[in-house]
Ligand binder design. Structure first.
Ligand SMILES: [Zn+2]
Length: 310
């Protein structure tokens, strides 16, 4: 793990788990926070196995309410409670997500040691807080249940601050530096001139964007939504040979994932959610690479360094 911005794949199989692949779950760790995207059954075991722990700031985003994407949520919440977590957890998902949590909590009679802030999402911005370093957007995807795709967006990073330039312009270390770092112009106490942050700081650096499709057919709406993503993680349930199944079950083939990545001008494509019929997915990767060379296949416990991508 080279940086503090990684994607951890925990479940990369569709519908049923295999010996090598668990059910849909991935986690983006960023500085001191973690964001889950789907929690198939058994997710918490993989997270613990990877040594990630559950004590970070945490939000959980669910793409749709099919069991293989959401049943593991209960286990994750229970494991957090066993660890006496106190920090609130945000859970975001389609209509029904609040009922799913409340009903199971009441039937299973499990108490939690922390608050769950559950929200039903609509297309648009679904998560942003002043102190958070990232935001999350949702868009409708096309599947057999009400289903959302998400974009995880790292917030813009302030450019480098040059103390020597500040001092040269007569601005002493202290509250004025902090104002400049927050983008405010200040008056130099020495020269009386107004100093623009641009004179002291470099340009802000654009944050990285990660797209997560969930289960879906490729659509033009998603193509727009994923425009320019640094990393696109896309439904790749089938190979060319099973195109019919993709149409029938509202999933995508690896080639279709690649075509969408190309049209959206994504920089990197990661295929996931493979049908359990494929023991090896090299054929799916090959078919995708014919269209979009920058493609890899996810596997359980793969850690992908986002800071390293270009
Ligand atoms: Zn699925």
């Amino acid at each position: 793990m080279g940086s503090n911005f990684n994607i951890h794949f925990f479940g990369t199989s569709s519908a049923v788990p295999t010996k090598e692949r668990g059910l849909s779950c991935l986690t983006i760790t960023y500085e001191n926070s973690m964001a889950f995207f789907d929690c198939g059954e058994g997710s918490q075991r993989s997270v613990l196995g990877a040594g990630l722990g559950f004590n970070k700031d945490c939000n959980i985003f669910i793409t749709h309410l099919h069991g293989d994407h959401v049943i593991g949520l209960l286990g994750i919440l229970q494991t957090m409670a066993m660890n006496r977590r106190e920090k609130q957890v945000g859970v975001f998902g389609p209509e029904g997500i609040i009922d799913f949590i409340r009903t199971n909590q009441s039937i299973l009679r499990f108490g939690l040691t922390f608050d769950v802030m559950a929200r039903e999402v609509k297309p648009g911005l679904v998560y942003d807080e002043e102190n958070s370093r990232y935001r999350v957007f949702a868009q409708k995807s096309k599947h057999s249940a009400l289903s959302f795709a998400y974009v995880f967006e790292e917030k813009e990073k302030p450019g480098r601050f040059h103390p020597e330039k500040a001092l040269k312009l007569g601005i002493p270390e202290g509250p004025l530096w902090s104002k400049i770092q927050h983008g405010e112009s200040v008056k130099s106490p020495k020269t009386g001139k107004v100093v623009d942050p641009k004179q002291i700081m470099e340009k802000p650096r654009k944050g990285k964007r990660i797209g997560i499709s969930g289960d879906t057919r490729p659509t033009s709406l998603l193509e727009q939504f994923f425009k320019g993503c640094d990393v696109l993680i896309f439904d790749s349930t089938y190979s060319d040979e099973h195109q019919e199944n993709a149409l029938e079950n509202l999933h995508s083939t690896s080639r279709e994932a690649a075509m969408l990545a190309k049209k959206a001008r994504a920089k990197n494509l990661i295929l996931t959610h493979f049908s359990a019929r494929y023991r090896r997915v090299s054929n799916l990767v090959r078919q995708a690479r014919e269209v979009f060379p920058n493609t890899i296949a996810a596997k359980d416990f793969l850690v992908y360094d986002v800071a390293d991508t270009s």
